[in-house]
Design a protein around this ligand. Structure first.
Ligand SMILES: Nc1ncnc2c1ncn2[C@@H]1O[C@H](COP(=O)(O)OP(=O)(O)O)[C@@H](O)[C@H]1O
Ligand SMILES: [Mg+2]
Length: 388
């Protein structure tokens, strides 16, 4: 399963992280979850939400539940702000999702909107074509001085209903891209830090989160919460997951082949799933080396249009830098030998090339070591541009 966040039997491992985030949610500790794209942040937080929701349902069941009807009184709200372009987009998304997630019926949403946002005279539109799911928007056009009122929405609901609310905001780095971002961050933090009934969980990609929002003492969100870096799922966890899925399809894959599969894509979650699916399709009964090679070729082909886009408009120096990385050079780019061998221009040029490739998230730096962030990009580039 790939291309969407995963759950249920498609979700593997993350035992430690699940426990830690669940504990944070239960104790009202803010959480900041950071990883490169497609590593599994969204899936993980949605899983924790599911766990909390089911605990809550059990408690609501009263006498039949193991907790004897003691409600946890914690509600998790999830929202994604990747497409919010400015402050008022954000407030609208924030308010809508909170009201919607905390209500089970349409009528409740409407009542809650009037009740908790009445001052803003929200325009509520509901499209009731579907019985259970419904679209809902508030059409808020908040004035600046209404910001605090909206940002305090979960606090006011939590207070009134005697519940604790965890607000999860995915692609949080988007906040850093909005106009007057710093002002906005100050405003948000100044309201949220006083809330007693709400805690927050921010999800975002490493580069943006770090540089723009959390790494600097002067930034409003500095030390806002427990900062977690989501690492890779281990090979042994992947192997047992992959093997079990193959068995379900009446096929088999050896532990060696399955770990080779992980290795090909550097254990990156989305790619492991995508490659495993390709290999499953290639495999007749038991996976052979050739099936993995074919699966990998298919994976490269599936992504090549995207990779083409990524290198479009690059200078030949930038392309040469990537060539050097593909050839295994990791450090010492401004040495005479590397400069000449790969035709990288002058020493000062290197700084500029590095910066732009890191910004594009093509290159990862760890100390002085530079590597291509994407193993499939590397394979594609090598095949397309490194042939003699
Ligand atoms: N715990 C997991 N178990 C199995 N596959 C996962 C897991 N987490 C992520 N994946 C794979 O990675 C892909 C991207 O996951 P997602 O949660 O959307 O990542 P992110 O939010 O970090 O971009 C999923 O579609 C799935 O293929
Ligand atoms: Mg995500």
């Amino acid at each position: 399963m790939f291309g969407v966040s995963v759950s249920g039997e498609n979700f593997t491992d993350r035992v430690e992280e699940t426990r830690r985030i669940t504990a944070n949610f239960e104790s009202g500790i803010n959480t900041i979850l950071i990883s490169p794209r497609r590593m599994g942040k969204t899936s993980l937080v949605k899983k924790v939400k599911e766990i909390m929701d089911s605990k809550d349902r059990l408690a609501q069941d009263g006498g039949n539940s193991p907790t004897g009807g003691v409600s946890m009184n914690i509600k998790v709200v999830y929202m994604d702000i990747y497409d919010c372009r400015d402050e008022s987009d954000f407030y609208d998304r924030f308010a809508t999702h909170i009201l919607k997630s905390l209500s089970t019926k349409v009528e409740q949403v409407v009542d809650a909107a009037k009740d908790f946002l009445g001052r803003l005279a929200p325009k509520i539109s509901i499209s009731p074509d579907m019985a259970t799911e419904y679209a809902f928007s508030l059409g808020l056009k908040p004035q600046k001085n209404d910001a605090e009122y909206i940002l305090n929405l979960p606090e006011r609901i939590g207070q009134r209903r005697g519940i604790h609310i965890v607000v999860c905001i995915d692609e949080f780095q988007q906040i850093g891209e909005m106009p007057s971002s710093l002002l906005l961050q100050r405003r948000i933090r100044s309201v949220w830090q006083h809330q007693q009934h709400v805690s927050y969980c921010f999800l975002g990609s490493k580069k943006h989160m770090m540089e723009n929002l959390f790494s600097n003492k002067r930034m409003p969100f500095y030390q806002f919460g427990d900062m977690l870096y989501l690492g890779k799922i281990s090979t042994s966890d992947w192997v047992s997951y992959i093997q079990s899925r193959f068995v379900l399809s009446g096929k088999s894959i050896s532990a060696e082949m399955a770990s080779l599969l992980c290795q090909k894509v550097d254990n990156q979650s989305s790619y492991v799933q995508q490659l495993a699916w390709n290999v499953l399709l290639e495999t007749e009964k038991e996976t052979k080396m050739q099936d993995i090679d074919n699966g990998m070729s298919a994976l490269i082909a599936q992504n090549s249009a995207l990779f083409m886009q990524q290198i479009e408009g690059m200078t030949s120096y930038q392309l040469n830098f990537i060539k050097a990385l593909c050839a295994g050079v990791q450090t010492g780019f401004s040495s005479k030998k590397v400069l000449e061998t790969y035709d990288l221009g002058s020493k000062s040029n290197i700084t500029r090339i590095r910066k732009s490739l890191i910004e594009k998230e093509l290159v990862d730096v760890d100390g002085k070591i530079h590597v291509l962030a994407d193993p499939v990009f590397k394979a594609w580039f090598t095949a397309a541009y490194m042939s003699i």
